[in-house]
Design a protein around this ligand. Structure first.
Ligand code: COA
Ligand code: AMP
Length: 625
């Protein structure tokens, strides 16, 4: 079936389409219905276990000796491969370790870990026993971890002694201890994986040594759960300092992922699939852990960077060594590689004959970068769009359906199951090629979020502005041929090196500085990272040494949010442009830092502030050389 036929099938009879897709999985109780219109639930009467589908059933089907997970860690110099049989042994015992720690069905488990195989075993182990994991990205600082622990109230926290970044070892234990100190909710136990690179001192009566607990545990079996039960909570940035806990269901998500592996990525059992992301992000959940393993692929777990571990050739050498069929990464990784290896010398040194396509997502793929890598690889380079809320690609070129037309600058066309619309702020549908709010018609297909943890109001708000539609928060346009172009966010979220961050949250941290009177943080275009934060700060009169304040502000953002949120610049200004009602005109600030046309709104309180601000910025740039 071609793309158009599949799109129509999903549109005309979603019930039959998704029930058919669900047959790709093993169910303990196959659902009689696909969608419950009243409750907006997928496969409401199905029972299933996703760990069984990702692990056990491949062993039962005779694929036990095939590599399931390959760990490549250029940063430690280690590699390891786990067959599906070995994965079953590790996961079922890790599940036993969790049961011994008192974790039961429905309990939450926070996983704050680097990119090591044990983190993947732990996610699958939670799924095995019906516990709900919440993975927190290792680059988040203690207060961010604390917010997540307090919100989801885990019985147990899983962590490691350290993570590794180029040139430095990050001790996780002090961060974890500090987070637990900050929390109102105290987990019953903390299980710590000791890594050779740095060992941690365990806290008596609370911390458990991972290896000891693992070897003392007995393997446990899969527990069938309701299709609608939560598989995980993944926190993502909203517009405020409070992260949103996206709740993912089980059967709908599994079905959507299995469908996407075949029809979007074009891979199946035995193929090697590599998503060079982090398990702390949705890409890691969907396409390092669940998607490839559900499909019986070999998944690559990469603990390294596209450059500097040790060089810009690491991606290509690993594709060659592991015979990777599909690579998925963020455009920023390609920009980093291009900067280090502009002529693609490393690419020429590797045998990339196994590679069938490179997929990009997480931020806009600028045509220049996309064309550069496509010319060097001579393979399809496919931009595709999705979000933590959506869980899997909603806009793509469906490579697995034989689609091949790529329009650089567009993320592709609607994936079957998704119905996109673009409307202006007055709810009028805009013409082809006109930019507006990118919306998805309800009901969202399987796999997309159906709740935010502890936050039904915020969840409802995502559907309130444009009734009957989910508001993506992105601005976009659809061209006459149905190709969708993403133009950027309509809210205060920015995308730094593929990481979604809230400028509102950064403003909260900056505003807490004793010398700050008011501030605004906006995203500025960045050649490497896509966007970076720029802070504007008005300080108290006689506030003292501004360089010292600047350093304190950067340190505070790193300590409160994490190093990934480090701003590129902090400007001290006399005033911020505001409306007469006192609202800061962030769009104007964004236009100024990005050298875009400045459109001064009628509602501005004092237009003179703009010229003063531009002059101050020019002075600051000149002073910094
Ligand atoms: N734990 C602790 N610290 C982390 C971290 C982690 N997991 N990840 C990043 N950091 C730190 C970095 O060490 C760096 O610290 P520094 O400011 O002290 O040097 C800071 O956070 C910023 O990191 P990053 O944004 O990764 O920038 P970089 O300059 O170190 O590397 C790239 C630039 C482009 C190579 C890198 O961002 C990259 O690999 N991007 C791909 C992103 C990606 O795959 N995103 C997933 C979405 S699909
Ligand atoms: P996250 O939830 O972290 O995956 O971030 C989702 C946001 O990243 C989207 O709302 C977009 O703003 C941006 N994004 C993701 N993929 C793309 C893409 N292919 N093109 C443009 N923006 C993207």
């Amino acid at each position: 079936m071609d793309y158009r036929a599949v799109l129509n099938a999903a549109e005309n009879d979603p019930e039959a389409f998704w029930l058919d897709a669900a047959r790709a999985l093993d169910w303990d109780g196959f659902p009689a219905t696909a969608h419950d219109g009243d409750g907006d639930l997928w496969f409401p009467d199905g029972t299933i276990n996703l760990c069984h589908n990702a692990v056990d059933r491949h062993v039962a089907a005779g694929r036990g000796d095939q590599a399931a997970l390959i760990y490549e860690s250029p940063i430690t110099g280690k590699s390891a491969s786990f067959s599906f049989r070995e994965l079953l042994g590790r996961v079922s015992r890790t599940a036993g370790m969790l049961v011994d720690a008192g974790v039961g069905r429905g309990d939450r488990v926070v996983i704050y870990m680097p990119m090591v195989p044990e983190a993947v075993f732990a996610m699958l182990a939670c799924a095995r026993i019906g516990a709900v994991h919440s993975v927190v990205f290792g680059g988040f600082a203690a207060p961010e971890l604390a917010k997540r622990i307090d919100d989801c109230q885990p019985v147990c926290v899983l962590s490691a002694s350290c993570g590794l970044e180029p040139g430095r070892t990050i001790a996780y234990k002090p961060l974890l201890d500090h987070a637990i100190e900050l929390c109102t909710h105290k987990p019953d136990s903390v299980i710590v994986l000791q890594r050779d690179e740095l060992r941690a001192e365990l806290t008596p009566n609370r911390d458990i040594d991972w290896h000891a607990a693992f070897f003392a545990a007995r393997p446990v079996d899969c527990v069938p759960v309701r299709s609608t039960d939560p598989l995980y909570i993944l926190y993502t940035s909203g517009t405020t300092g409070t992260p949103k806990g996206v709740v993912r269901d089980t059967g709908g998500y599994g079905t959507a992922l299995a469908w996407s592996m075949e029809h979007i990525y074009g891979v199946g059992a035995g193929d090697v699939y590599w998503a060079a992301s982090d398990i702390g992000w949705v890409v890691g959940h969907s396409y390092i852990v669940y998607g490839p393993l559900l499909a019986g692929c070999t998944s690559v777990l990469f603990e390294g960077k596209p450059v500097g571990t040790p060089d810009a050739g690491i991606f290509w050498r690993l594709i060659d060594k592991l015979r990777v069929k599909v690579l998925f990464t963020a455009p920023t990784a390609i920009r980093a590689i291009r900067r280090a290896d502009p002529d693609g010398a490393f690419i020429a040194q590797s045998d990339l004959s196994s590679l069938q396509a490179l997929f990009l997502a997480g931020e806009r793929a600028d045509p220049d970068t996309l064309n550069w890598i496509a010319d060097l690889l001579h393979k399809p380079v496919i931009d595709h769009w999705w979000q933590t809320e959506i869980g899997w690609p909603a806009i793509a070129t469906c490579h697995g359906l034989g689609e091949s037309e790529i329009r650089p600058g567009s993320a592709g066309r609607a994936v079957p199951g998704f119905r996109f619309k673009v409307q202006d702020d007055n709810h009028r549908e805009v013409d082809a090629d006109k930019v507006g709010n990118l919306l998805i018609e309800q009901p969202l297909p399987p796999g997309a979020f159906r709740a935010l943890w502890n936050n039904p109001e915020k969840f409802a708000a995502g559907f309130a502005d444009f009734p009957g539609h989910y508001t993506s928060g992105d601005a976009g346009m659809i061209d006459a041929d149905g190709f969708i172009h993403i133009m950027g966010r309509t809210d205060d979220i920015i995308n730094v090196a593929g990481h979604r961050l809230s400028t509102g949250q950064m403003e909260e941290v900056v505003a807490a500085h004793p010398q700050a009177v008011e501030c605004a943080v906006v995203g500025a275009a960045d050649q490497l990272k896509g966007e970076m934060a720029v802070a504007f700060v008005v300080t108290r009169p006689d506030s003292g040494d501004r360089n010292a304040i600047r350093k304190e502000l950067v340190a505070s953002i790193r300590e409160n949010i994490g190093p990934i949120a480090s701003p590129r610049s902090v400007y001290f200004v006399d005033g911020l442009p505001k409306t007469r009602s006192g609202k800061i005109l962030r769009n104007l600030l964004r236009a100024i830092v990005n050298d875009e046309e400045i459109v001064v709104p009628q509602t501005i309180e004092d237009p003179a502030v703009i010229d003063a601000l531009i002059a101050q910025l020019a002075g600051a740039e000149a002073a910094s050389g």
